[in-house]
Design a protein around this ligand. Structure first.
Ligand SMILES: [Zn+2]
Length: 440
């Protein structure tokens, strides 16, 4: 018997972005460190990097491949014909994107995301549709980007905060054999492990969610849930970053580290580490017996969506008000001196995230309007309430509901800044010439 608990999951979990706008979350972590905000990196195109360092890139990708096959249980090996060959520089960019198996329709161009503290410096302003093929939604409508060109000088902070949001621009969309794309047919990931392959945004979920701590029985009956890949993405981009730093391409060092950090940020969110937070195995079997599985999944999906909308609104409003010393933004500017490494650190962090899921889920259930979080016939995503979620929470539960949800959010934002600052420390160590990053 298949539980079929999760075949419906991605019909409803379509946002799969974990936190809405990762750049906005990272800016408070970086903005007060002068060494990170100086415009000192020389902007360079991806193609220039690949043409300059083709042989080293081929070696690095080989090493990542060996590590991934040896260390990641569900890793689908790269088909041999996609292996990066530096001997054909005229096809370098195309071949590189195929070798790292990302969506080639994104242009991976030169831009940065604006912040509330921004001075445009005469750079041309862009909007979401200039940097992504995905349609606008409530949390991308207001965003501003600035065009960069080769030779411009930019700070590590601006590179990293921008890059930290890029994997949600479409990099991981359409990569499976049943997604109807020519590259998906060639990439070797097989069919989409869970979710609805006809919903474009859902196909990135297995790259951005890490179910590394499934209980034994769920893993037996729904083994496709084990086919999640963020730990691979993190290792891949970290290795490319180390190479870029080592060979003097610091702009790409910071940008690749930013790409990797996106997945780390996703994994700090409990909904990205557990398909049904707070529902233990016996309860989920009981849901199956009662025929209420789809309802449970819809409720979790809606709470996940409410959390993201609430987080986005609260952080955005705090930044627009320049409330940097308030609790929300202070929790995001927490700086850790330890380092975070790819590999076992990442698997451990998902276990901690999972452990926080039940409390988070219950808090959302208790403090938000019941229609949003306790009505399985309601769909949060696209409901039109996203942009006023905090006001509606206030109408429902008053200041105490806002305060309780903020306290819950603080737990998760604090964890995000802990891991983000550890990853920044790792980046600084690479940049200063330590080939394996900082020591343990
Ligand atoms: Zn994501």
């Amino acid at each position: 018997m298949r539980l079929s608990l999760f075949m419906v999951l991605l019909l409803t979990v379509v946002e799969a972005g974990a936190w809405s706008n990762h750049a906005m979350l990272l800016w408070p972590v970086m903005k007060n460190t002068q060494a990170l905000t100086e415009n000192r990196l020389v902007v360079e195109s991806l193609e220039a990097l690949i043409r300059a360092e083709g042989a080293a890139i081929a070696n690095t990708l080989d090493e990542v491949e060996k590590w991934s096959v040896a260390n990641l249980d569900a890793y689908p090996p790269t088909p041999p014909e996609l292996r990066f060959d530096p001997a054909t520089p005229e096809k370098a960019l195309h071949d590189f994107l195929a070798a790292i198996r990302v969506n080639p329709d994104l242009n991976y161009g030169l831009f940065r995301q604006g912040t509330v503290d921004d001075v445009a410096n005469g750079q041309a302003a862009l909007n979401w549709t200039d940097v992504s093929f995905l349609s606008m939604h409530s949390s991308t409508r207001e965003l501003v980007y600035y065009q960069l060109k080769p030779g411009d000088l930019i700070s590590p902070a601006h590179v990293m905060i921008s890059a930290n949001d890029e994997p949600d621009h479409g990099m991981d969309i359409g990569l499976y054999t049943d997604n109807g794309t020519s590259f998906g047919a060639a990439y070797g990931f097989g069919s989409q492990p869970f979710g609805n392959p006809n919903l474009d945004y859902s196909s990135q979920a297995p790259f951005h969610m890490g179910f590394y701590h499934l209980d034994w029985l769920t893993a037996q009956v729904e083994p496709d849930l084990l086919r999640t890949l963020p730990a691979w993405r993190i290792r891949l981009y970290e290795s490319l970053a180390a190479l870029a730093f080592r060979t003097g391409h610091d702009y790409w060092g910071w940008r690749f580290m930013g790409w990797a950090l996106h997945y780390i940020g996703d994994l700090t969110q409990p909904y990205h580490t557990d398909p049904l937070p707070g529902v233990d195995l016996l309860s989920s079997l009981w849901l199956v017996v009662q025929g209420k599985t789809a309802d449970a999944i819809q409720l979790v999906s809606n709470r996940h969506g409410v959390l993201e909308s609430y987080q986005f609104q609260r952080i955005r409003e705090a930044q627009l008000a320049q409330a940097w010393r308030g609790p929300l933004l202070s929790s995001l500017s927490f700086q850790d001196t330890a380092c975070v490494h790819s590999g076992p650190d990442i698997i451990a962090l998902t276990g901690d995230s999972k452990a926080l899921g039940e409390h988070l889920d219950r808090t959302l259930e208790q403090q938000s309007p019941p229609r949003f979080v306790a009505d399985p016939s309601f769909e949060w995503t696209g409901s039109g309430y996203e942009a006023e979620v905090d006001r509606l929470v206030g109408i429902f539960g008053g200041q105490s509901a806002i305060a309780t949800l903020d306290d819950e959010l603080l737990i998760h934002l604090n964890r995000f800044s802990h891991y983000a600052s550890g990853w920044i420390n790792q980046s600084v160590a690479f940049e200063s010439g330590q080939s394996t990053g900082c020591s343990r």
